[in-house]
Unconditional design. Structure first.
Length: 101
C-alpha cells in the first residue's frame, strides 16, 4: 500500500510556531493552501505558578488552541464562500445550504 495522493489531490500544510516567555506559551498555526487563502489561528497557555515547569504541556495547549482557532477561521471562510456562491444561485436551492460540524 502506498501513501501517494490520488490524482487531482491537493496538499495543504500547517506550520505551528511556538514561543515561551515568563510562564506563558504562545502558538500560531499558519495554513498554506498554495492559493490566495492565508489563514492563521493563535493560541496561548499560562503555567500556574504552583505547577511544575513542564514546557511540553504549555506547548500542547497553545498549539491545540491555535489549531482550533485556525479551524474556526477556515470554517468561517468556507461559510463566506458558500454565501457568495449562494448569492449567485437560482431558485429554492440557495435556501438548502446546511453546514455539518
Amino acid at each position: 500500500m502506498t501513501n501517494d495522493p490520488q490524482p487531482g489531490t491537493r496538499s495543504w500544510s500547517v506550520d505551528i510556531l511556538i514561543g515561551q516567555r515568563d510562564g506563558h506559551t504562545h502558538a500560531q498555526a499558519r495554513l498554506h493552501t498554495g492559493d490566495r487563502t492565508h489563514l492563521t489561528g493563535t493560541g496561548t497557555a499560562r503555567r500556574d505558578p504552583h505547577d511544575d515547569d513542564v514546557p511540553e504541556i504549555g506547548q500542547e495547549l497553545a498549539a491545540a488552541r491555535a489549531l482550533l482557532a485556525l479551524g474556526e477561521r477556515l470554517l468561517a471562510a468556507a461559510v463566506d464562500d458558500i454565501a457568495g456562491a449562494a448569492d449567485g444561485a437560482q431558485g429554492a436551492h440557495r435556501d438548502r445550504i446546511v453546514l455539518d460540524a
